[in-house]
Design a protein around this ligand. Sequence first.
Ligand code: RAT
Ligand code: ZN
Length: 415
Amino acid sequence: MSEIRTPAALEAAVRACVEGTAVLDIHTHIYEEAFGPLLLRGPEELLIYHYLQAETNRVIDDLTPQALVALPREAAARQVWRELYEARSPLSEAARGVITALRRLGVSDIRSYEAILARFAGLSAAEHIDLVFRAANVRAVIMTNDPLNPTEAGVWMAGQKRDRRFHAALRIDPILLDWRATCERLVAAGYAVDRDLTAATYPQIARFLTDWARRMGAVYMAVSLPHTFTMPEDSPAARILTHAVLPACRELEIPLAMMVGVRRRVVPELRDGGDGVGRADLSAVAYLCREYPGQKFLLTVLSRENQHEAVVLARKFRNLHLFGCWWFTNNPSIVEEITRERLEMLGTSFTPQHSDARVLDQLAYKWAHFRPILVKALCEKYGYLMDEGWYPTEEEIERDVRLLLGGEFERFVGR
Ligand code: RAT
Ligand code: ZN
């Protein structure tokens, strides 16, 4: 195929390629149909997303945070619509996202709450999933799977999972971060563990993890870690990580995903909307990458202040794969900065975005908002090459975009 020689042709080729490449979304909280009520979908769920509840909480004074999050779904959604879409314009990233999602999913009268509800009435879960995957141009997603959630465990145990577009990730936060409370639940599930973490407990925790990872076909294990995460140290979390989690990952030959920098429950009454961010010390990640060269790690960091350090770390360790602009960094201004910085230091060897979608429909907006940013960043980088006489072909651009939208991740995890 011929070389691209002008900025206009470059922009057209990169845009077509980024829009046309189906993405593998490597971290979401959505579920396939078999998981029943765990699959959140539709306009009311979109509106009561915890990002928007936090924004609504800022502008009301007639309800306490507890009362706000306790509202039934219908009332809560109307309240968010009233406050963030009628009393003011939806300028924030999360508020804008609802508009993008609804429009991309076929709502024509975007100012009418009734028309919005009507668009989705009667849509089956299967139809809804197909509609959203098509609109978002997503080829597959990785879920966040918790074996300690009874609804979820039931589906896995019954072997009901069917949809090949949905892959699993075994989430281990309660085991790693709240062992005293979680211990009893493993005992109830038939694993001989004890609260005091005696030597015999670690292989039992590892067995629980390997049993569940195999049952789910987990692509990776994952944990979201506080900004205070430290390694090495003598704490229950560090001991469980070293003696149970890493041995289980090794046996399964899967990566451990670390999502670092959350400050849980700054305002507990707001539940998920009450979590915050803290600057982490990534020397814990460097320690793990060095000490366990045979173990693969996925990493995303929540604080903007940690982004540069994370990219530098990823340059050093081939067992470290950086991914996504997570949660409070998933705002266009910050996504652009992070993506350019990563391209500048890593080339294509990272995964620039994941959706973190909690509601199916959010896939449509998260990817619609990210793609133009990727186009802009790539045009800048190819443009620099063209200035010096290196002219990319469409095939080369397609190859690079495929790597960035899932291919590099698949190479890294060996799938
Ligand atoms: O982005 C979110 O919705 C957060 O509440 C968290 O779920 C975070 O992404 C996580 O996976 O811990
Ligand atoms: Zn998440």
